[in-house]
Design a protein around this ligand. Sequence first.
Ligand code: C2E
Ligand code: MG
Ligand code: MG
Ligand code: MG
Length: 288
Amino acid sequence: QAKNDGRNHYRYYSSEMNVNMLERVQLEQRLRQAVIRQEFCLHYQPIVNLDDQKITGVEALIRWQEPKLGIISPDKFIPIAEETGLIEPIGEWVLQQALTDLAHWHSLGFKISMAINVSGRQLLGHDKTSFTCLLKALLQKNNIEPQYLHIEITESMLMDDTEHCMTALESIRSLGLDIYIDDFGTGYSSLSYLKRFPIAVIKIDKSFVDNMLERESDAKLIKAIVMMGQSLELKLVAEGIETHAQWKMLQALGCDYGQGYLFSQPLPAQDLESFLHQQTQSIAVSCS
Ligand code: C2E
Ligand code: MG
Ligand code: MG
Ligand code: MG
């Protein structure tokens, strides 16, 4: 009896695994096609100054419009893209598209900045200098000053391949780009890297912002992160601000910038442009 159960259990498990494997293999195949057929688009989420709600920049967030499955979230396909190496052509497309859109907004007089998410494999790809070369070429091609482009990386990337990471980040920094730490507080706890690596901005993870009003420990943690950031002369961005109360509390704690549904969801390029026009209009109105 026990033996039978064991076998059934095993069979159940393995068929479950096969389904996941199948799903995964299919998604991987579809992702290869998606690169060829260009099924991606970028949405842009405003990053605002917490003092006056004015937009200072945007973060580019990729979307995959799969013909049969609909929109697939980056949390689902970016890990596959990283494992398969497809992140290199995808990441290159992201940079090209984002810089083309940014150049257009600059030409309209909106001098905002652009933050791009970059994964480890892109940064440290087969050829260590290729990512920096790509950045440099695209900045030149689109005639964008480097201080308007920001690169977002995560804490865990710094721990994976510290030496190479340092070289890559320093060459990016020497181009004049700022480096942001994304999802701060969710990865490794060693903080020494904040001083060793050329980092300019910390993005406080949404998970702390979510509960900061209900949980005193989360509010205290944010306070500590802000104070640490300030003493290291780093700027702070809070992610995932959804309520007025969260905004006011983050502002009171000394956080500089914010991003979240309260201010705006990530928007298609055309809608972001309307957002920029609206904002200058409302500023013009409030000044007159
Ligand atoms: P992330 O860089 O931490 O981006 C912030 C995520 O939080 C985005 O999810 C954004 O839509 C979401 N968000 C922003 N404000 C709010 C809010 O107020 N409430 C809620 N519930 N969510 C909010 P998204 O667009 O699904 O992206 C997920 C992750 O995928 C990103 O996290 C980033 O790690 C990765 N990703 C996105 N685009 C790219 C890309 O072009 N390249 C790479 N390598 N990774 C990307
Ligand atoms: Mg990000
Ligand atoms: Mg984040
Ligand atoms: Mg995230």
